[in-house]
Design a binder for this molecule. Structure first.
Ligand SMILES: *Cc1c(COP(=O)(O)O)cnc(C)c1O
Length: 388
């Protein structure tokens, strides 16, 4: 190998999952057990998860997208209905509305990067059927204001808590504060099963319907039909979906769930260290902190004061990559994407703050196992690029 290559630091990825020996061992045990798909592990995972987030019911599914879809299905969303969605989010939060030929109504965000309650109030119409809230980067949105609006207009609230495991609002853990809460166990999320998700609710009928819909709309406990305790007979009650979580994934999830507080402490430590290391950079600021919220620190997002820089955000990303460091952008707001622009007529001015933050946001690597030396590399590269 040439000397030059030896000296060059390896690429530092934006994310690395935190999988330990115990996760590996538990997955191997499922593989040896003779039962691979939804079964005892998934049921245990649901029970342990519902206890962790203090939600009476938890339905394990194969993605957060599926959980969001099932929440809207349980609410019987109809074509032409409208659902409030923050503009600053991932594709999943709005595409599920389109599954019903309904309309996602994008609302702008506050300096926290979370939903702006005043804009929600402005955009509610007689066709509005629900409000979807996202806890951006792990910091819970202003649920007090959003619940007050929802109550006034008799609207259910669905939390897209893909970033918010675990996170707290006014002392309560996210998971049972709204009608539905949807979690993601995607590969980069705080708890991962590779792919996976959870729907929580306090309403037993909603939970039963979501569980049935998650497995072909078959009558209760369809997964049991191949067990000793099961029976061959079942009834299809409605056209459902194939959204169940496997026992392989659930076994992984159960170990990850037990490690959540430890993993959060590590992410928080790294996030606070970033703040300290970047505190004196005049061209960098951070999303506003809400005193009512305790963040799950899923992402470390910073905002450039681009007017103080001779570079734009995209060039900074390119130069970070050239320095061997992976970064990301959360998010490209949905109202700027061709599909939503062309189908629903959104323009950059539809959600001006989201458009503004999009031009200056950057996410830095944040995950347990990121060493101080690696973090120093990230910060030094960034400071060199922005010349601060
Ligand atoms: C990751 C993510 C989702 C989708 O989660 P999946 O489990 O991949 O379906 C939804 N909303 C937000 C805000 C996300 O970041």
């Amino acid at each position: 190998m040439a000397t030059k290559e030896i000296e060059k630091s390896p690429f530092l990825p934006f994310h690395r999952p935190s999988i330990g020996e115990e996760e590996i061992q538990q997955v191997v045990e499922v593989l040896r057990s003779g039962w691979l798909t939804t079964g005892p592990q998934a049921k245990q995972f649901e029970a342990e998860f519902s206890e962790f987030v203090r939600a009476p019911h938890a339905v394990a599914v194969n993605s957060c997208t599926a959980a969001l879809h099932l929440a809207l299905a349980v609410l019987d969303l109809q074509p032409g209905d409208e659902v409030i969605v923050p503009a600053m989010t991932f594709a999943a939060s709005a595409e599920v509305v389109c599954y019903f030929r309904a309309r996602p109504v994008f609302c702008d965000v506050l300096p926290t990067l979370n939903l702006d309650p005043q804009d929600v109030e402005r955009k509610i119409t007689p066709r509005t059927r629900a409000i979807i809230v996202v806890h951006m980067a792990g910091q819970p949105a202003n649920l007090a204001a959003i619940h007050a609006i929802a109550q006034r207009h008799h609207l259910p609230v669905i939390e897209d808590a893909a970033h918010a495991l675990p996170a707290w609002y006014r002392g309560d853990i996210i998971g049972n504060l709204s009608d539905f809460t949807c979690f993601s166990f995607y590969a980069t999320k705080n708890l991962t099963t590779g792919e996976g998700g959870m729907l929580t609710t306090a309403n037993p009928e909603w939970a039963n319907r979501a569980r049935s819909l998650s497995l072909h709309g078959i009558s209760r406990d369809a997964w049991k039909r191949y067990t000793e305790a099961g029976t061959w007979y079942y009834e299809i009650l409605e056209a459902g979906y194939k959204y169940n979580l496997t026992d392989i994934q659930a076994a992984l999830g159960r170990v990850q769930l037990r490690r959540q507080m430890e993993l959060l402490a590590e992410r928080k430590r790294i996030a606070e260290r970033y703040r300290a290391l970047l505190a004196d950079c005049a061209s960098i600021e951070f999303p506003a902190a809400d005193p009512d919220a305790v963040s799950g620190w899923h992402l470390f997002v910073l905002l450039f004061r681009t007017e103080r820089l001779r570079l734009d955000r995209n060039s900074i990303i390119e130069q970070m990559r050239a320095s061997g460091i992976g970064t990301s952008v959360h998010f490209i707001p949905l109202h700027l994407h061709p599909f939503y622009r062309d189908k629903f007529g959104y323009t950059p001015e539809s959600c001006p703050s989201a458009t503004h933050y999009y031009q200056r946001n950057l996410s830095l690597p944040l995950y347990p196992g990121l060493t101080d030396a690696e973090q120093d590399r990230v910060v030094n590269a960034l400071r060199e690029i922005i010349q601060e």
